[in-house]
Design a protein around this ligand. Structure first.
Ligand code: PSU
Ligand code: MN
Length: 361
C-alpha cells in the first residue's frame, strides 16, 4: 500500500522534473526526491557529502546576501573536500542538491517560500509548494538519502517561557529520532539555552562542543553552559545552587568535547555502528574576530524579544522576526556575524565529512 501511494505521488510530480534529473523509483522514499546527478554520484561512490539547509537562505538573511552566502557555502564545502547538497522543496518536489537556478529561485522567493519543518513536509509536497527546509526537515531528507552530516548556522531550541508556551523547536525531537550529525554554532540566546540542553539530553542526543568547553551561543562563543559546571539555576531563581536547597535547577552540563574533524568522524561512526538512531549536535563557536560584536548583538536581542512580546509575534514567525529585527538594530553587524559563522561551520562540516569518508575507507 505504501509503495503504491509513493508511486502515485511520483507519477504526480514526474512531469515537473527536468530530463536529466535522477528520480529513483523504488519502495524507498528516496524515490520521491530529486537527487542531483552530482550528489547521487557522490553518494553511490562513497565520496563525502554535506547537506545544507534552506530556511537560512529564505528566512534567515535578506536578498542578495542570502544568495551570495548560499553559493559561498557550497564553494567552501567543495574546497574542503566534500560535495554540497542544499536541500529544499521546489514545486512540490524535495530536491537534494540544488542548481544555481534553484538557489536563485529560493533566494528570490525569500519569506514567500514556506518555512518547512517536519510537520509541514506533506502539506508543501501535496500542494506543490516551495518549501525552505528547517533543520528538522533537512535532517529528515538527508537521512533518507544517506547523508550523515549536515551544516547549519544555529538550531532551534526551547523558546524562553517554553515551559508555558510549549514552543519547543521540532529540531530537537528530530535530533532525537534521526541519525544525522548537525554542525551548528550552538543555540541563539533568543532561546532558553539551559532548557534546550536539558531537552536534548531527554531526547538522547549527543551534544559535543568543538575545541571548547563552553557550549556556544551563536553570536557569542560562550553560553555559560560548560563541561565542568554541573548546575545553573533557571531565571528567577537563586543562581547559587547548593544541594541542600530545593530550588528548581537545570542541568546544563555538556557531556562531550571534540577537538578535530577526526574526533567528530569517530563519534559519528560509533553512533551509526551502534544503531543508536539519534542525531549528534556539534557546537562550533563563532570565529573569534566576530564574537567581539557579541555584546552589542546581545543587547539588540533583548530589545527585539521585548518587541516580539508587545507585537504578539509567536510560533514559527518568532525566529525570522527576531533575526531581521536584530539585524536592523545592529546596523548589519549580526548579519556579518551570521555569515561568518555559517562559513566556518561549512568548513568544519566538510572536513568532518572528509574524515568520515577516510575512516570508512
Ligand atoms: N536559528 C537561527 N537561524 C535560523 C534558524 C534557527 O539562528 O535560520 C532556522 C533554522 O532553519 C531552524 C529553524 O531549523 O529556524 C527553527 O525554527 P523554529 O524555532 O520555528 O522551530
Ligand atoms: Mn516553534
Amino acid at each position: 500500500m505504501v509503495s503504491s501511494a509513493i508511486s502515485r505521488l511520483t507519477n504526480l510530480h514526474r512531469h515537473l522534473l527536468p530530463a536529466d534529473s535522477k528520480l529513483l523509483e523504488s519502495d524507498d522514499v528516496s524515490g520521491l526526491m530529486k537527487i542531483s546527478p552530482e550528489v547521487a554520484e557522490a553518494l553511490s561512490s562513497g565520496q563525502p557529502v554535506v547537506a545544507l539547509e534552506s530556511t537560512v537562505i529564505s528566512h534567515g538573511m535578506p536578498y542578495p546576501q542570502n544568495l551570495e552566502t548560499a553559493k559561498q557555502l557550497e564553494a567552501i564545502v567543495r574546497v574542503n573536500g566534500a560535495i554540497p547538497a542544499t536541500i529544499a522543496i521546489l514545486d512540490g518536489v524535495p530536491c537534494i542538491g540544488l542548481s544555481m537556478e534553484d538557489l536563485q529561485k529560493l533566494a528570490n522567493l525569500g519569506t514567500r517560500a514556506q518555512k518547512t519543518a517536519r510537520r509541514d513536509i506533506a502539506h508543501v509536497v501535496s500542494t506543490r509548494g516551495n518549501g525552505a527546509t528547517t533543520v528538522s526537515a533537512t535532517m529528515f531528507f538527508a537521512s533518507k538519502v544517506g547523508i550523515p552530516i549536515f551544516v547549519t548556522g544555529g538550531i532551534g531550541g526551547v523558546h524562553r517561557h517554553g515551559e508555558n508556551t510549549l514552543d519547543v523547536s521540532s529540531d530537537l525531537t528530530e535530533l532525537g529520532r534521526t541519525p544525522v550529525a548537525v554542525v551548528s554554532a550552538g543555540v541563539k540566546s533568543i532561546l532558553d539555552i539551559p532548557r534546550t540542553l536539558e531537552y536534548l539530553e531527554t531526547q538522547g542526543v549527543c551534544v559535543a562542543t568543538y575545541a571548547t568547553n563552553d557550549f556556544p551561543a551563536f553570536f557569542t562563543e560562550r553560553s555559560g553552559c560548560q563541561e565542568e559546571k554541573v548546575f545553573s539555576c533557571l531565571d528567577g531563581f537563586d543562581r547559587s545552587f547548593s544541594s541542600s536547597n530545593n530550588k528548581f535547577c537545570v542541568e546544563d552540563r555538556v557531556p562531550c568535547r571534540v577537538d578535530t574533524p577526526e574526533d567528530c568522524a569517530r563519534l559519528i561512526d560509533a553512533n551509526v555502528k551502534l544503531r543508536l538512531g539519534t542525531g549528534i549536535l556539534f557546537a562550533v563557536p563563532i570565529p573569534k574576530e566576530y564574537s567581539a560584536s557579541g555584546r552589542l548583538i546581545e543587547d539588540a536581542i533583548q530589545r527585539a524579544i521585548g518587541e516580539a512580546r508587545t507585537k504578539n509575534i509567536t510560533g514559527n514567525a518568532e525566529t525570522p522576526f527576531l533575526l531581521s529585527r536584530v539585524n536592523e538594530l545592529t546596523g548589519g553587524a549580526s548579519l556579518a556575524s551570521n555569515i561568518a559563522l555559517l562559513k566556518n561551520n561549512a568548513r568544519v562540516g566538510a572536513k568532518i565529512a572528509a574524515a568520515l569518508a577516510q575512516l570508512r575507507g
